[in-house]
Design a protein around this ligand. Structure first.
Ligand code: ADP
Length: 248
């Protein structure tokens, strides 16, 4: 039952690199509409977990199901993206020499193929969608600005907007607050909470203040499996979690 009602279901997932277990029988269930924060010390397996979900890394064993049905271990990265799993890497990858608007327009049309932007005129509906995205990512005022001129935080938001343009069902976000100013970090927490109203979000994050701002259920990874799960207060009161973070 947990399987069929889940958006993302990992069970007993293991990945080894030269005999070293980056994931060690990892089990994790994300419900539809949920936002989850994944934390854990360096080397805990957070990146490997996202690589497995997006098809970049194939697990040695275990089950990875999307919406209780699609076996992600049998699909390649393109198929998985098409199912509606979007990933935001730590570094923003926007088209610097294009405007904010054009970046969103390109992202919106990308699924139509490489020539779509040249051949297909942007419809009124698509313009409205871009306007909506600009409001969501708080860049309406910057629509004509070249992406190169945005701050680091604004570039991150633009890339989140570009992912949203493709209407993912699940968004994986890797350390969105890294390198941001305090005020950008706060804005990003608000932005993600807004996004989480319409799609599920998994956030990998180091910044505990940011995780606190998100106010969502937290999964602590350690040595490739789940060490603790629950509210941030709950997991930070767990002596094993304290030891992993402070005891070394
Ligand atoms: P995290 O993202 O939590 O810091 P990772 O998933 O990046 O952790 O890494 C987990 C462990 O697996 C680390 O010890 C890392 O050195 C190792 N690892 C990750 N990717 C590879 C790889 N491609 N080859 C060898 N070892 C790897």
């Amino acid at each position: 039952e947990a399987v069929t009602s889940s958006l993302l279901y990992l069970d007993g997932v293991s990945v080894s690199f030269d005999g070293f277990k980056a994931l060690n029988s990892l089990s994790l269930v994300i419900a539809p509409g949920e936002m989850r924060a994944i934390i854990g010390p360096n080397g805990a397996g957070k990146t490997t977990m996202m690589d497995v979900v997006t098809g970049k890394t194939r697990p040695d064993e275990g089950t990875v199901l999307f919406r209780g049905q699609d076996d992600l271990t049998r699909l390649d990265e393109t198929d998985i993206a098409e199912l509606g799993i979007g990933r935001k890497f730590q570094r923003p990858t926007v088209f610097e020499s294009h405007t904010v608007w054009d970046n969103l327009e390109l992202a919106l049309k990308a699924p139509r193929g490489p020539f779509a932007t040249l051949l297909h005129r942007t419809s009124g509906e698509e313009r409205e969608r871009i306007d909506d995205l600009l409001r969501t990512i708080r860049l309406s005022e910057k629509r004509e600005e070249l992406a190169a001129n945005l701050s680091h935080g604004q570039k991150q938001w633009l890339e989140i907007g570009m992912l949203l343009a493709q209407a993912p069902k699940l968004l994986l976000v890797d350390e969105p607050a890294a390198g941001m100013t305090d005020s950008e970090t706060e804005q990003t927490a608000i932005l993600l909470k807004e996004i989480a109203r319409t799609q599920s979000v998994v956030v990998v994050e180091h910044d505990m203040d940011f995780v606190r701002d998100l106010g969502v259920k937290v999964t602590v990874l350690h040595e490739g499996s789940v060490l603790a799960e629950g509210s941030l207060d709950h997991v930070s009161a767990d002596p094993r979690v304290v030891e992993v973070y402070l005891g070394r």
